[in-house]
Design a protein around this ligand. Structure first.
Ligand SMILES: [Zn+2]
Length: 150
């Protein structure tokens, strides 16, 4: 089985990845455009996909592709946004910049806090977030550059 996914290369560059999964043991087989084995390197079962015909995708992509992939693959993930009054704009009393309030997706609050605190310019706590919708996440991802803050 061929599986296309999007992951964060080096923790911050959304990147497409192509994996060959064994139909027998579900192991991710070591394979690529220049290495196309005929058998699973874990259980020895023959690989049923024609590795000459598949499209290998490895290139860097954008945040929209990354969050769209997460929303589709992990519908139970938590989507939250930073409360306006906790943002830099809110803290210094500037008008709302609703276009750029970070909206984050993660498997749980711990995962989200780890993600933002590794990259953000200040430390965030659970209380800094409120629930957000998929459309808010998508809208935010469209404004993002390479960095999560956009
Ligand atoms: Zn196998």
């Amino acid at each position: 089985m061929i599986d296309y996914s999007v992951y964060l290369k080096g923790g911050f560059i959304p990147t497409k990845m192509t994996s060959v999964i064994c139909n027998n043991c579900s192991h991710t087989i070591n394979a690529g455009p220049i290495y196309k084995p005929k058998f699973c390197d874990m259980c020895g079962a023959p690989i049923s996909d024609n590795l000459d015909k598949i499209k290998w995708e490895y290139e860097d992509t954008d945040w929209l592709s990354y969050v769209s992939y997460l929303v589709e693959e992990y519908p139970d993930y938590l989507i939250v946004k930073i409360k306006y009054d906790r943002t830099e704009w809110g803290l210094i009393g500037l008008p709302p910049d609703v276009e750029h309030i970070p909206v984050i997706i993660g498997k749980n609050m711990e995962d989200i806090l780890h993600f933002v605190n590794e990259r953000g310019s200040r430390e965030y706590f659970e209380d800094d977030f409120e629930p957000a919708t998929v459309s808010e996440l998508i809208a935010y991802a469209k404004t993002c550059g390479q960095f999560w803050k956009g």
